[in-house]
Design a protein around this ligand. Structure first.
Ligand code: BGC
Length: 753
């Protein structure tokens, strides 16, 4: 096809703008309204519906564009923008919507996206922290609050949940996901989608979810962000895909492609994952959004020769929306005109975007998400803060409590709070909390002062988060010497994890460990609050410090939640959603690994000859410091011997697994009772353990509960060697316990399918 000079198009566009246009009639069904619109759209207007740009508030990628610049406004009026993200404010967004609806030729309303990752203004714990609660209802409720607040502030789409499985805590984005397990990760993914989207997307108090990043982004080589991933289709399907499927089954309206290349093909242009799996096998009809410039980055990957080819490849593969790349905007009209790209493909993508806007109710009332009154009422309401407080307490994991050092006694008279996160508001909200003003976060010191009731609380920072300065050590040591108990607040700042924040050393940053060692020398009892967006290497702390709490980044209510746990107002019940290594060199480390032919199970005490040719390290054990599913309580739980309803089942039968769990301590507490299986022989070798069920239950002191799980062939299914999905008859082990390490096992057989 002959190419027209650009000016002819510009003129055409101008003429179009002034020709009368009858907007689709409200009474028509959306399908018809979409087709009517499509029929009227110019190529440029179509492509505009696929162009998503960032606003002026903050930047989450390499380039900025200013929402208030004239260029931006003109682009809205010219229909060159489908939506703007990372802006907020009912009034401001209302203005932008008015511009789109009243001043653009077709009056198509805007998507307003944002990274509402763990709360909007009321900030919840980072997703990894929330996942440690293993409390699906609480997680759903947290997402619900985030939707209530952000939708009032003009937002209609969140780029969440992030469901990337991660087995390597060097990867900074570990903070944003649910950890290492596909089963737990799938349930959490679904809970978050339900929380964001509610029962009906058209309800203006809900927002559309965008499950991300599709796919295998969390498997970045060496834990370095954006790095290459290469994996078997088995691993992809068994481990990395299930949380995406769960999020889509729960109704996630959209999906975001990932930055990485997967087995040689960048995810954004990857036909196998986007066409074969997502569209064909899973039947996903929603909108696929690229990540920030990851269409144009296909050039750097060495997959596309230029941005035009990248645009062609991405759109062909089914990436509907171009976030920040402007490759569609610049090149797709030409590609269609030249016949390189079938117009039908473009139309399909535009249809999907318009559908989303219809589902959100934007065509019926574009201002429905901009409700200043509701915004005032909703944002940081007392109710929302109470939900965040509850979630923060539920996220805390008690890693060690030697000699019942915790909870603190009400008679403790002198407390020293020491460490760079002690009197710190800025880092409480954690990564991806751009909308939550840090001044509203409760610091640990504030929380401790509130709960310490009458006790004298002193604070010494000791050192800062990163630097090598030990200048504050002396003051901290004096504070410790004068105290009965030292509470040390240590760990990562908000920017030490999250996007682009991979670390090669996952110990405490800067001189924090040296500070702990100095304070330890005083002989005072120490409680460590360790905040992080990943599993940290805490080996020294574990060997020397009596009480350790994993406090992630707990959000708006951080200080109150931690203090509530410190004084035992709340009995911690969190369980780790990922393995904590003894040494960074063990990574990737995950409980659901496979056996090798030479697995080393020993403790390094046997003679050398018996352990040389084994799968092990010479210097550290294979096992994690704290295993997946691990977390202590102020009470203790005793597990009886589990029993099975039968020793073998057919594919049509159900196996019942029963175990008695007793609270053997003196205080009420909650326990996450976990069930794992092992398929002993498979057509592809199976992991040593796989979480299949869990129940989080509350126990009064002395209370005994009979906990029952059911298993059937569907729970035993995996991707078999012939690439079919299902169980295989044979021998299994079922294991029950309070974490992935301390389990009791029983054998059973699946006799047939
Ligand atoms: C991140 C996405 C995020 C997007 C928009 C990207 O850099 O990878 O997770 O949704 O920015 O802020």
């Amino acid at each position: 096809m002959k190419r027209f000079p650009l000016s002819v198009f510009a003129l055409g566009l101008l003429l179009f703008t002034f020709t009368s246009f009858t907007p689709p009639q409200k009474k028509d069904p959306p399908e018809k309204r979409i087709e009517d619109l499509l029929a009227k759209m110019t190529l440029e207007e179509k492509v505009g519906q696929l162009n998503f740009v960032v606003g002026d508030l903050f930047n989450t990628g390499p380039t900025v564009r200013t929402a208030q610049s004239d260029k931006f406004n003109e682009a809205i009026k010219n229909g060159q923008i489908t939506g703007i993200f990372n802006i907020h404010g009912a009034e401001y967004i209302g203005k932008l919507q008015r511009m789109a609806v009243k001043e653009s030729r077709l009056g198509i309303p805007l998507l307003i996206g944002a990274d509402i990752i763990h709360g909007f203004k009321t900030i919840f714990p980072i997703p990894l922290g929330e996942s440690a609660s293993w409390d699906l209802a609480a997680i759903e409720n947290g997402a619900r609050v985030a939707a209530l607040e952000s939708s009032a502030g003009g937002i209609n789409l969140t780029f969440a949940p992030m469901v990337d499985i991660t087995r390597d805590s060097r990867w900074g984005r570990t903070a944003e996901g649910a950890g290492e397990d596909p089963y737990l990760g799938s349930l959490i993914a679904a809970a978050r989608v339900k929380g964001f989207q509610g029962k009906d997307l058209a309800d203006p108090r809900t927002i559309a979810a965008c499950v991300k990043h599709f796919v295998a982004y969390g498997a970045a080589e060496a834990g370095r962000d954006y790095n290459t991933t290469d994996m078997s289709e088995y691993l992809l399907r068994d481990v990395y895909l299930p949380p995406f499927k769960a999020a889509l089954d729960a109704g996630s309206a959209t999906l975001m492609t990932s930055f990485n290349e997967l087995n040689g093909v960048p995810a954004t242009g990857n036909m196998f994952i986007l066409q074969q799996i997502l569209r064909k096998e899973w039947g996903f009809t929603g909108t696929v959004i690229s990540d920030w410039q990851n269409i144009t980055e296909m050039v750097q990957h060495g997959y596309s020769k230029d941005h035009a080819q990248a645009a062609e490849q991405a759109l062909q593969a089914g990436t509907d929306v171009d976030m920040m790349g402007e490759a569609y905007l610049k090149f797709v009209p030409g590609l269609v005109r030249s016949g390189k790209l079938d117009q039908k493909i473009l139309d399909e993508s535009v249809r999907r975007v318009l559908w989303l806007k219809f589902k959100l109710g934007l065509f019926d009332n574009p201002y429905r998400y901009s409700d200043s009154k509701r915004e005032k009422r909703e944002i940081r309401s007392r109710e929302n803060l109470a939900v965040a407080f509850d979630m923060a307490r539920k996220s805390i994991v008690l890693l060690k409590n030697q000699g019942n050092a915790l909870p603190l006694s009400a008679s403790t008279k002198k407390i020293a709070v020491i460490g760079p996160l002690g009197n710190n508001k800025a880092d409480m909200n954690g990564t991806w909390s751009f909308f939550g003003e840090e001044q509203h976060a409760v610091s640990f010191l504030e929380g401790i002062r509130k709960y310490a009731k009458g006790a004298q609380v002193t604070f010494a920072q000791g050192c800062d988060l990163y630097s090598n300065s030990t200048a504050g050590f002396a003051e901290a040591v004096t504070a410790a010497r004068n105290a009965d108990v030292v509470i040390m607040a240590l760990g990562e700042s908000a920017v030490m994890n999250g996007e682009g924040a991979s670390r090669a050393d996952i110990g405490l940053p800067g001189v924090q460990l040296d500070l702990v060692k100095e304070i330890h020398k005083t002989g005072k009892p120490i409680v460590a609050l360790v905040s992080s967006g990943r599993a940290l290497e805490l080996t020294w702390l574990d060997q020397h410090i009596p009480a350790i709490l994993a406090t992630w980044s707990l959000g708006s209510e951080a200080g109150n939640a931690a203090a509530s746990v410190l004084w035992g107002e709340y009995n911690p019940a969190g369980k780790l959603p990922l393995s904590f290594p003894r040494h960074v060199g063990q990574l990737p480390l995950y409980y659901n690994h496979k056996n090798t032919g030479r697995m080393y199970e020993g403790d390094h005490s046997e003679p050398g000859s018996e352990r040389v040719y084994k799968s092990r390290y010479r210097d550290v054990p294979n096992t994690p410091l704290y295993p997946f599913g691990y977390g202590l309580s102020y009470t203790t739980f005793a597990y009886g011997a589990p029993t099975l309803s039968k020793s073998s089942i057919t594919g049509a039968e159900t196996l019942t697994v029963t175990v008695e769990v007793t609270n053997t301590g003196k205080v009420p507490g909650e326990e996450v009772v976990q069930l794992y299986i092992q398929d002993l022989v498979g057509s592809t070798a199976r992991p040593v353990k796989q979480l299949k069920k869990f129940q989080k239950l509350a126990f009064a002191p002395g209370e005994k509960k009979t906990v029952t799980f059911t298993l059937n062939a569907a729970d035993l299914a995996f991707w078999r060697q012939d690439m079919t999905f299902g169980a295989e008859p044979g021998d299994f082990k079922v294991m029950v316990g309070g974490n992935s390490r301390d389990v009791q096992a029983l054998p059973f057989t699946l006799t047939s399918l």
